[in-house]
Design a protein around this ligand. Structure first.
Ligand code: PLP
Length: 442
């Protein structure tokens, strides 16, 4: 309550704007902004690197980084220059003509993630939806297999939990989609290959859609052999393996796919690779492309029948320019090395506090990102991780950190590093963590 009072007192400007906006559908960009722990979100004035300033003039060290959308930092200079040039000097943001930038980005994505063929979208949600559509087209099967407590954007198929008799049921709460998930989805348990096999045995799964580690219910890492098992089961049962690396790019320059040697049929990414400009992409293998290719009547030339997949603004020249600059000059191998080193230091700092205070929490790291969870040992499944959720603790930590100048996401106890995060920022965070957790366990 003390933290709540301090938050309210310190942010009259944000509060006034939020009251004016009313709530839910009242002018906040996303409904989750209503979940902000202090009752109203901070309103942004400006942001650069890993610093964010609100309309009341407070500046924060940002470890939320737009829920990974700003993994490249806020407004990185090469991205800004490229976008200014395209929007100004060159013009032509939306022409529905491809650009040389798109060509470059496709080649770079292949270099990092291995998939040869790429299409661009406006978001990771879009990329997932389009890729699911292609997977259905290629296999003729209706369902997507997802893991309990996964998140893949606003993709109806994925808001599912295991229900009775192997059927998928809607995940309760405000994410429940108004569709019959039994027609579209099968659900398995993370790190449980038997549950995957049981779901695939029905023979109606077009694709397994997964992150290489669950990242939206804390970080739940894969057991040794789990991802290889998924690959094998997908092949055996004629399903495609669709890897969504929107968040797990934090694992390194080539994401977890490169770090861990994964072999997806479809690869999805978005958010951070545009340096903050809306973007998304999916990559497919040649075999998969062949499965959705039809021969034209006119001759030998093949066309890819993409089943009506597209979008007027998809891969527009602004977003391809942004991706080229961000991938080429900001999210480099050196940047990932720096970010991972800092996340390792953060993890050690948090662990030291947990050990010292004998707090039964755990922390998991995936490259440039680490997240703590209110249970020990670290959860192995989405179900275990969900059971460890504690909204009151989340709210306290989020507000207490915010009141001390550290910005986190309301629904993740996550610290993400960007190229401009410094060791001093990490030390400030771990010291503040020691202070606010110490106050709880004193
Ligand atoms: N995939 C994963 C793994 C995500 O975590 C998210 C968003 O958090 C998305 C896809 C969707 O991204 P966007 O909201 O930018 O469409």
């Amino acid at each position: 309550q003390r933290e709540q009072a301090a938050y309210t007192e310190q942010h009259p400007g944000s509060r006034a704007l939020f009251e004016e906006a009313t709530n839910l559908f009242g002018r906040v960009p996303m409904t989750w902004m209503n979940m902000w722990s202090g009752g109203f979100p901070l309103y942004l004035d400006r942001a650069t690197g890993n610093r964010v300033t609100d309309v009341d003039g407070h500046t924060y060290v940002d470890f939320a980084l737009g829920d990974t959308g700003a993994m490249a930092g806020h407004s990185p200079a090469p991205m800004v220059a490229a976008v200014q040039r395209r929007a100004g000097e060159l013009g032509g943001i939306t022409t529905m003509l491809p650009t040389a930038d798109a060509q470059w980005v496709g080649a770079e994505l292949e270099r990092r993630f291995g998939m040869p063929l790429w299409s661009f979208t406006l978001s990771a949600t879009d990329a997932n939806r389009w890729a699911i559509r292609l997977a259905r087209l290629a296999t003729g099967k209706p369902k997507v297999l997802v893991f309990a407590y996964c998140y893949h954007g606003s993709v109806d198929e994925a808001f599912a939990l295991p229900g009775p008799e192997g059927k998928a049921q809607s995940r309760p709460g405000n994410v429940a989609p108004p569709v019959d998930l039994d027609l579209t989805t099968r659900v398995a348990t993370w790190n449980d290959l038997a549950s995957v096999e049981a779901a695939l045995a029905h023979g109606d799964v077009a694709a397994i859609l997964t992150e290489p580690a669950l990242t939206n219910i804390g970080i739940v890492l894969p057991d040794d052999g789990f991802l290889a098992g998924l690959r094998e089961l997908a092949t055996t049962h004629g399903a495609l393996l669709m890897i969504d690396e929107t968040h797990t790019l934090s694992a390194g320059w080539g994401g977890a796919t490169r770090e861990w040697g994964l072999e997806p049929d479809i690869f999805v990414i978005g958010k951070s690779i545009g340096g903050g400009i809306p973007c998304g992409a999916y990559g497919i293998s040649r075999d998969f492309a062949a499965a959705v290719t039809r021969h034209t009547d006119a001759g030998d030339a093949d066309i890819v029948d993409v089943g009506g997949v597209g979008g007027t603004l998809a891969g527009n020249a602004l977003s391809t320019a942004a991706m080229r600059a961000t991938l080429g000059e900001v999210l480099t191998e050196e940047a990932f090395a720096h970010m991972t080193e800092l996340a390792t230091a953060f993890t050690a700092g948090v662990q030291a506090t947990l050990d010292e205070l004998d707090v039964p929490w755990s922390i998991s790291q995936l490259g440039a990102r680490a997240e703590y969870r209110f249970t020990r040992p670290a959860p192995r499944t989405g179900e275990e991780s969900a059971a460890a959720a504690d909204d009151d603790l989340d709210a306290y930590l989020h507000l207490a950190m915010c009141n001390r100048g550290i910005l986190m996401t309301p629904f993740h106890n996550m610290a993400l590093m960007c190229p401009e995060t410094s060791r001093a920022d990490v030390d400030l965070h771990t010291q503040t963590f020691r202070e606010v957790v110490g106050a709880l366990f004193a």
